[in-house]
Design a protein around this ligand. Structure first.
Ligand code: ASP
Ligand code: MG
Length: 457
């Protein structure tokens, strides 16, 4: 069997769902299990209405809900024949009435708990999976909607619940295998689950890829297909460099390094359950299904190019912490990281010397308060409008002199921090945001002018 996961844009309206049906039809013989996200932007809207209700603004919450109701009715109307639609319409009506009831309840209490937030958010995937399953059946693909809350068992940490694998795997086998044996296509929502006691949970934003990996790993899938709206992973951002090319195959480790830069393409956590079972993951384009996409494999084949990809992330702030009096003292880094922890600011790149530390964070409004806190320990400066550039490739581990080639190429560029992570497959440095396009184009020219045809398209 295989797992086919379709993201929000791949199920955003009736046309998109029709594309999904024709893609799945071509894979019938391989026993697909379909995992869908909520329709594009629906989770954002559900969370917005939950927050509005939580702040006591019942009208805004209900108005947002009406918009969603309409969008789902419209898609269903276009996808289903009149007969099926009438029955389905009353089912949807029941679901939206229940959602509105919940929103009124939240507004009456005037408080939104994480548990209730999950209850609201789960509607996106419940609706999209129900709609997709009905549309499949209407187009001659016998499909069964599976309520993911009955198979994906999690702990009780709302909004970022972790799967309980033994329980989940047992339930997946129990519920899904018989359907596959009957030649049916199970359709389930990603992102959502429930505790052993049946309380609805969600596994973190963007979590449908993770759901697909959990399902694929639990059922021993031959492969997992992540269908999205791009042709796969690219050597660099095509908006920055017109010579960007598709990467045909990349290792799990390389993909994980890149995930931070291209989270839009692949959620990093997807990697884990699949890596452990050696299941290949494909990134494919539902708008261009004949493109072979990118295969993510446990180990990438040898590649003649030094790197697989160059990525950049803008909107970065550097925080410099210097404390000459800390020379030879211990506990300095601990105290610094505790301050970041207190302000819940995640750190990305770190470089240190004996008496100073530079760290990068995504620019955000917590930084001034964090800096004020750090100023109790040391001299602190922070500066925005920076960018992280990252070159990724397994060959970095074994090839001497690569760093010299990279920085030799950039001898006129102001480089603020340099870091080569413990994984030894990424070379990361920080530059001024405005230098990103030229740096990316120059490095791409240097390292990707000749491409290994086994690895790049
Ligand atoms: N619908 C969820 C979200 O937007 C999960 C997903 O799309 O992967 O975060
Ligand atoms: Mg996604």
């Amino acid at each position: 069997m295989i797992v086919m996961k379709f993201g929000g844009t791949s199920v955003e309206d009736a046309k998109a769902i029709e594309r999904v049906i024709s893609i799945v039809k071509q894979r019938r013989a391989q026993k697909p299990v379909v995992v869908v996200s909520a329709m594009a932007r629906v989770t954002d809207q559900l969370l917005a209405m939950a927050r509005a209700a939580g702040s006591g603004d019942r009208e805004t919450a209900l108005q947002l809900s009406r918009g969603l109701r309409e969008r789902h009715y419209n898609a269903a109307g276009e996808l289903l024949g009149t007969g099926v639609f009438t029955q389905f319409h009353s089912e949807l009506e029941g679901d939206f009435d229940a959602l509105d009831e919940l929103l009124r309840g939240i507004a009456a209490v005037g408080e939104l708990t994480p548990r209730t937030s999950d209850n609201v958010a789960a509607n996106g995937e419940l609706l999209s999976s129900k709609l997709a399953a009905a549309a499949f059946s209407a187009r001659g693909v016998d499909a069964t909607m599976i309520d993911s809350r009955e198979c994906l068992v999690t702990d009780g940490v709302h909004m970022r619940a972790a799967p309980l694998y033994d329980e989940t795997n047992a339930r997946l086998k129990e519920q899904i295998v018989p359907l596959l044996d009957q030649g049916r296509v199970p359709v389930m929502g990603g992102f959502i689950g429930a505790t052993k006691a049946g309380v609805t949970t969600t596994i973190g934003r963007g979590g449908s890829d993770f759901s697909a990996a959990i399902v694929g790993a639990g059922l021993g899938a031959e492969r997992i297909e992540i269908w999205t709206d791009v042709d796969g992973m690219m050597t660099t951002d095509p908006n920055l460099c017109k010579d960007a090319r598709r990467i045909k195959v990349i290792s799990f480790d390389e993909a994980a390094e890149l995930a931070y830069f291209g989270a839009k393409v692949l959620h990093p956590a997807t990697v884990l359950p699949a890596v452990q079972k050696n299941i290949p993951v494909y990134i494919l384009n539902s708008r261009n299904p004949s493109c072979e996409g990118t295969r993510i494999a446990a180990r990438a084949p040898t590649c003649r190019n030094s790197f697989k990809a160059i990525a950049a992330k803008k909107r970065i702030t550097i925080v410099d912490v210097a404390a000459p009096r800390m020379l030879l003292a211990h506990g300095f880094l601990k105290a610094i990281f505790e301050a970041f922890d207190r302000h819940k600011v995640p750190v990305d790149v770190v470089s240190t010397s004996e008496v100073s530390v530079s760290l990068t964070v995504d620019s955000n409004e917590s930084i001034p308060a964090l800096a004020a806190d750090l100023a109790k320990l040391a001299d602190v400066k922070y500066e925005g409008r920076k960018a992280i550039v990252c070159l990724v490739g397994e060959n970095l581990r074994e090839t001497p002199g690569i760093a010299a080639r990279v920085f030799g190429e950039l001898s006129d560029v102001k480089i603020r921090m340099i870091s080569q992570g413990a994984s030894e497959i990424n070379l990361t440095f920080v530059i001024e945001e405005q230098d990103v396009p030229s740096v990316i184009q120059r490095l791409h020219k240097t390292f990707f002018s000749e491409l290994d045809p086994a690895v790049f398209a």
